[in-house]
Ligand binder design. Structure first.
Ligand code: SAM
Length: 273
């Protein structure tokens, strides 16, 4: 894991219920309708602890085999040891893991795939990694459901005059180079979409939104403070403003008065005949 920015399992667990509410069921059901009859194999790329599998497996027919890919072996271990979902007929599914860098994914790694999924991944990938995963899907002719890519559009309510400066710095932070990797941030989804289109594939997008408010105060708080931390790291000139901004937003969260709409996009891509 050296040189790799680690995602924490606690953060993935905290966001899992909101991710489940936000992902497009319409696209998931459209993907289900494309599956062949008989056993199916789903590759989940950048799976973390398996949140996408737990959401999607019960919407798909069986028998199902999932192959979870991540470069973080600790997260994969949690996925394998954790609670397994059932398929839509309540039958058990099989789950395997594959540790490695998605930059090295090849079409042969996805041979026999019925569906490739990702969730909350494209913004943290590099251009090389995104090319590799789209190229692998296209080469294997496997439909792809890429869920929950951030678009960079966030609406906080009530508004505050400091929102724009923190948003600007946060979005720049999303595009930073870290550990020699230039993240795609909010450009990740449009780039993946363009690559599939360039390969002649159909792509169907769906707008998906995190609606954070009094129902999930811990997630709202962690998300907000993580966003301010990143903004200040990107633009240390914001530090002076950050304390008062945090105090205001923290008291609003405690009183159940703050809401955030965080826009995402889901994509379903599939080959023309
Ligand atoms: C934001 S997390 C999302 C995890 C999971 N899909 C979910 O929705 O909970 C991104 C995941 O992608 C993995 N990841 C990021 N870049 C990767 C790469 N180049 N190769 C393999 N895994 C990668 C991280 O380790 C992390 O588990």
């Amino acid at each position: 894991m050296s040189g790799i920015l680690e995602v924490s399992g606690e953060w993935l667990a905290l966001r899992e219920p909101e991710d489940a509410d936000a992902r497009s069921r319409d696209l998931a059901l459209a993907a289900a309708a494309m599956l062949p009859k008989g056993p199916i194999v789903v590759h989940d790329l950048g799976s973390g602890t398996g949140s996408m599998m737990r959401w999607l497996a019960p919407l798909l027919p069986g028998p199902q085999t999932w192959i979870l890919h991540d470069w973080n072996a600790g997260l994969l271990e949690r996925a394998i040891d954790g609670v397994r979902p059932s398929d839509r007929d309540n039958a058990a599914i099989s789950v395997y893991s594959q540790t490695g860098n998605l930059a090295n994914l090849r079409p042969t790694d996805l041979a026999g795939s019925s569906l490739v999924t990702v969730s909350a991944l494209l913004d943290v990938l590099t251009s090389r990694e995104t090319h590799a995963i789209v190229n692998a899907c296209v080469g294997a002719r496997s439909p792809a459901l890429f869920a929950l890519s951030v678009t960079g559009d966030v609406r906080l309510s009530p508004r505050d005059e400091r929102d724009a400066a923190f948003e600007h710095a946060f979005n720049a932070h999303q595009l930073r180079e870290a550990d020699g990797r230039q993240h795609l941030g909010r450009y990740g989804a449009p780039i993946a979409r363009g690559l599939f289109a360039q390969a002649g594939w159909h792509v169907r997008p769906s707008t998906t939104v995190w609606r954070l408010d009094h129902r999930r105060p811990r997630l709202l708080s962690e998300w907000f403070h993580g966003r301010v931390d990143a903004a200040v790291e990107q633009d240390p000139g914001l530090r002076a403003n950050a304390t008062g901004y945090r105090q205001l937003r923290t008291s609003q969260i405690e009183r159940g008065e703050l809401a955030a709409h965080v826009s995402h996009v889901d994509l379903l891509a599939w080959p023309r005949r």
